[in-house]
Design a protein around this ligand. Structure first.
Ligand SMILES: Nc1ncnc2c1ncn2[C@@H]1O[C@H](COP(=O)(O)OP(=O)(O)O)[C@@H](O)[C@H]1O
Ligand SMILES: O=P(O)(O)O[C@H]1O[C@H](CO)[C@@H](O[C@H]2O[C@H](CO)[C@@H](O)[C@H](O)[C@H]2O)[C@H](O)[C@H]1O
Length: 438
């Protein structure tokens, strides 16, 4: 049997428990393993390379995931449990493991990428990456794997691969690095972007943690929210000048939102009863001409990092431009109106009140209303938002969230389900938790 057949079974077991593996619970099978060229020089240990795992499912198309693999001589691995042992033509009998779990392999990888970069390694600012920095895997919840390289840099290894440029790298490269981290380099092989080196922002509080702590203490989030609104408006200006703008008819957008709603209503029957009211809200887009551009696409508080004020610096940095995970890559790269991100932020401020002792108390509702008003002031000072368009996007986003939560976190589904109802009541002139003009 070839090394790949032996290793595939071990990786299959590993994937089922890997936090980043999005195919869990779908009877995933590693049907092929393709080795890319070694990053590390011949004769050095550990030997490190990327391998592409093709994952097959009984209920859908194959997907490709990146594995970063470390190999050492048997009995010398520096990880608690190597995944297995294989014989490779060039290395002989070796043990292998997930190299993101081994500091020595990460150091060997970064050193090799800096000192003898493979043809696919494109450096923009190599001096920002310190090969002597302590390297460790970021332990938080994420769908890729981030390696922390001291205080200065991060290496994000993309896990689920799609041919073409990675959206996050593509955006960071074109922006000035004031509201977003600076991009230091991109690693690519064959058709795939495999990872990127970028600026680590230190001393930050994750926006979701920041907002939910404030909501739990019923302490005002207005100032931070207004700053976030302003930061998003600046980001939208930067994206428009980097990628340009276009126009789209409101009729077309209404059809797209309606189609998405219909697919969602088939997946989640509770949504189906709202068809007439949902159609009415989307119909209000008809007859309008909308300006579109590249947007964040999946903006929420977890995509914003807050840092202590410093002269001339934005207190918020915005990250993760990969778009909504339930959409295809082509859909995620499409232009949209910037209102999509405004709606994302407002939905997130609504989610954040779930951290309050009683999320439905007038204090908690008031907390969201105040933060929402402040966000819209901060954003709208610069870029006015039309209420009918915002309403359609808020509804579209809440519908997306219902499907996302039912699939991923059923215990949270009540939050967007309730939001869908609230948006529809509000659209018919009912009571609102938002400032009256919106
Ligand atoms: N430039 C950065 N500086 C500091 N921390 C960051 C930076 N980018 C991401 N993070 C942290 O890493 C976490 C995961 O990053 P993210 O880009 O959202 O990963 P994923 O694409 O895997 O979801 C974020 O929630 C944030 O806490
Ligand atoms: O961070 P991702 O790009 O993977 O986005 C997905 O997961 C998010 C949850 O982590 C999800 O966001 C929803 O829950 C958030 C609270 O956990 C809330 O702040 C957001 O407003 C809400 O949409 C996001 O929708 C999904 O695409």
């Amino acid at each position: 049997m070839s090394w790949a057949a032996d290793a595939a079974a071990a990786w299959q077991r590993h994937l089922e428990q890997a936090r980043w593996f999005s195919g869990k619970g779908r009877s995933a099978r590693v049907s092929a393993l393709t080795a890319l060229d070694w990053y590390t020089p011949a004769g050095s240990w550990p030997a490190v390379r990327s391998e592409l795992a093709t994952v097959s499912y009984p209920d859908g198309p194959d997907e490709v995931f990146q594995l970063l693999v470390g190999y050492v001589r048997p009995g010398t691995a520096d990880v608690p449990a190597p995944l297995g042992r294989v014989r490779l033509d060039d290395l002989g009998e070796v043990e292998f493991f997930d190299a993101t779990e081994d500091g020595g392999s990460l150091t060997a990888l970064v050193d090799a990428l800096l000192t003898s970069p493979p043809p696919g390694m494109r450096w923009l600012e190599p001096s920002a990456v310190d090969p002597g920095a302590r390297m460790r895997r970021y332990r938080g919840e994420q769908s890729n794997t981030t390696v922390v390289l001291g205080d200065g840099a991060l290496l994000k290894l993309f896990r689920k691969l799609e041919p073409g440029a990675n959206l996050d790298a593509e955006v960071l490269e074109r922006l000035p690095g004031e509201i977003t981290p600076r991009l230091f380099g991109v690693l690519r092989a064959d058709d795939y972007d495999l990872g990127m080196f970028y600026q680590r922002i230190t001393g930050i509080t994750d926006g979701w943690v920041f907002a939910t702590s404030a909501a739990a203490a019923t302490s005002s989030f207005a100032e931070a929210s207004a700053d976030l609104g302003h930061a998003l408006a600046v980001l939208h200006d930067e994206l428009a000048s980097a990628f340009g703008t276009a126009e789209r008819s409101g009729d077309e957008l209404a059809e797209v939102m309606l189609d998405r709603y219909q697919v969602a209503a088939e997946a989640v029957p509770e949504l189906a009863v709202h068809a007439p009211a949902v159609t009415e809200v989307f119909d209000r887009l008809r007859g309008q001409r909308l300006t579109t551009q590249r947007v964040h696409g999946d903006f929420h508080l977890g995509q914003a990092l807050h840092r202590p004020a410093a002269d001339g610096q934005s207190p918020w940095v915005i990250i993760d431009f990969e778009g909504e995970p339930l959409k295809s890559l082509a859909e995620r790269r499409e232009f949209d109106t910037p209102v999509r991100d405004v709606a994302g932020a407002l939905r997130s401020l609504d989610y954040a009140r779930s951290a309050a002792a009683d999320p439905d108390s007038s204090a908690a509702l008031g907390w969201t209303a105040e933060a929402t008003g402040a966000f819209l002031d901060g954003y709208g000072r610069h870029r006015p938002v039309q209420p009918a368009i915002l309403q359609a996007y808020l509804l579209d986003k809440a519908i997306y969230e219902v499907v996302y939560e039912v699939r991923n976190r059923p215990g949270w589904a009540h939050i967007p389900l309730r939001a869908v109802q609230d948006e529809l009541v509000r659209a018919q002139g009912g009571p609102t938790i938002r400032p009256k003009e919106f």
